[in-house]
Unconditional design. Structure first.
Length: 484
């Protein structure tokens, strides 16, 4: 029996609908997401302040997810193609979140944060538009929202948090301006500031990587710190207290499982594969450690175990530093590429901005006028540069150039007293400074100046600039691994 025309049309319609729905959820590392059908104009309500929680209801997405379908934070990982960010091609238009369950990436939420989780779909849509050079559409979703509709009909937005004041993270303090995260993202979206005169390739990397990494990590840290503040004050109610903020942190860092490729977790997992630091196939050590810290930290908050949730917060930050250090090491080393140097520089820039506010203060240095080299003193001060002395080591018995004030630093390059005496906070007679605050960070920003083409064509090893920060956070060479 042959189906009649009406039946045939009905079957065809159903199949087309199924294929359309299926297409929105599929995407691999090398997919092109310029086919995004999302329309930034679909919503017009701008979320200027995240109302749901005065201290942390603002948007955020959690990156710590074991799956690594595509690296939204760093889709370029495929290293072979320069046009689309593997990290963001996975969600052509983003897969709309529906019927959410209570768990993402191995973490079970204690409260309802579905609205915050929905922001990752915005992230997918923004990247798709940016990849197609549709800057107005990308900016529209960033500023107006699309997928995270709140009960009052307005939309939670990525810009709402990034531009807000008084958030519990270091970025605004470090950059000396409220809404500093938003300023970086808007520069990429509009081709201004650090992105003035740059190519669409560079701008795309800025939009995709800054939103998926700098913004989402900032949101996450803000929420965790807000949770700590509430718990310290005794508010551990699942729905309104510390656990709710903690849940939002995971929502911002990881997001729904179906959209995890559009957030930080994808970056972490790819870097684990790059540097040989995987916990399991497809899951980086950093992802695993953050996931476990989030799980145990939630239990500690609920139990008012201050030491436990404080340690968990610190573990998250430490592993963020590890993962994005790996990303910076990778892409600065690839800036000698003739074809993709500017792309890799832009990626390194965005990943560096993700951790700059948490590492720069530990990259102070003292200049030695004998070796013309630098002694790294961590988070020091000018007087530390006057504190080097040629003394006998109590352990080896050898003479060393030692500085008690600079964290018991031994300057190994000083092989005699004359060299050891080559330090000063200010060199007499010349007024030349010997102390350089944030020297490593300043050097990093120099090679990552997106408007300076002379920085391209060189493969950089920036590990010396990051080492003092690693020392501060207790990060070992084994934690970082080796890029291959």
């Amino acid at each position: 029996m042959k189906p009649n025309l009406r039946q045939t049309q009905g079957i065809t319609l159903v199949l087309l609908m199924m294929l359309a729905a299926f297409a929105g959820c599929i995407g691999g590392d090398d997919d092109d997401d310029d086919s995004s059908s999302s329309d930034a104009s679909s919503s017009t309500t701008s979320d200027t302040s995240d109302s749901s929680d005065s201290s942390d209801s603002s948007d955020s997405s959690d990156t710590s997810d074991s799956s690594d379908s595509s690296d939204t934070s760093d889709a370029s990982d495929s290293d072979t193609s320069d046009s689309s960010d593997s990290s963001d091609s996975s969600s052509s238009g983003g897969s709309a979140v529906s019927a959410m369950d209570g768990e993402d990436g191995g973490y079970t939420y204690a409260s309802n944060v579905d609205n915050h989780r929905s922001l990752m779909a915005d992230m997918c849509d923004i990247k798709a538009h940016a990849n197609a050079g549709e800057w107005t559409a990308a900016k529209g979703i960033y500023t107006n929202g699309k997928n995270a509709e709140k009960s009052d009909g307005s939309y939670r937005t990525l810009a709402g948090f990034a531009a807000a004041t008084g958030k519990n993270h270091n970025y605004d303090t470090y950059y000396g301006a409220n809404g500093s995260v938003d300023a970086h993202i808007m520069a990429a979206l509009e081709g201004t500031g650090d992105f003035a005169g740059t190519s669409d390739t560079v701008r795309y990397q800025g939009v995709a990587k800054l939103t998926a990494n700098m913004a989402m990590v900032a949101y996450t840290i803000h929420e965790l710190n807000s949770a700590v503040g509430k718990a310290d004050a005794g508010n551990v109610d699942n729905d309104s207290g510390a656990p709710h903020n903690w849940d939002e942190g995971w929502a911002f860092f990881h997001g729904p499982d179906e959209n995890v490729g559009c957030g930080p977790v994808a970056t972490l997992n790819k870097r684990g594969a790059d540097f040989g630091t995987e916990h399991a196939d497809g899951m980086a050590n950093t992802t695993y450690h953050i996931q476990q810290a989030m799980i145990t930290g939630l239990a500690d908050l609920q139990a008012s175990n201050q030491a436990g949730y404080t340690d968990a917060t610190n573990a998250v930050v430490k592993n963020v530093i590890i993962a994005y250090s790996q990303a910076v090491l990778k892409y600065t080393s690839k800036m000698d590429s003739n074809e993709s140097g500017e792309k890799y520089q832009a990626e390194a820039y965005a990943f560096w901005k993700t951790i700059e506010a948490y590492t720069a203060d530990y990259t102070d240095a003292c200049y030695n006028n004998q070796t013309h080299g630098m002694a790294w003193i961590g988070a020091g001060e000018a007087s530390d540069c006057d504190g080097f002395s040629w003394v006998q080591s109590p352990t080896s018995g050898e003479m060393v150039c030692y500085n008690m004030g600079a964290g018991h630093l031994v300057y190994a390059a000083a092989t005699n007293e004359t060299i050891c005496n080559g330090f000063a906070s200010v060199f007499p007679g010349s007024n030349m400074p010997g102390y350089y605050a944030d020297y490593g960070a300043t050097s990093m920003n120099g090679i990552l100046d997106l408007t300076d083409a002379t920085q391209l064509g060189t493969s950089y090893d920036v590990s010396a600039w990051l080492q003092p920060a690693w020392d501060h956070y207790g990060i070992t060479a084994e934690d970082i691994g080796s890029y291959s």
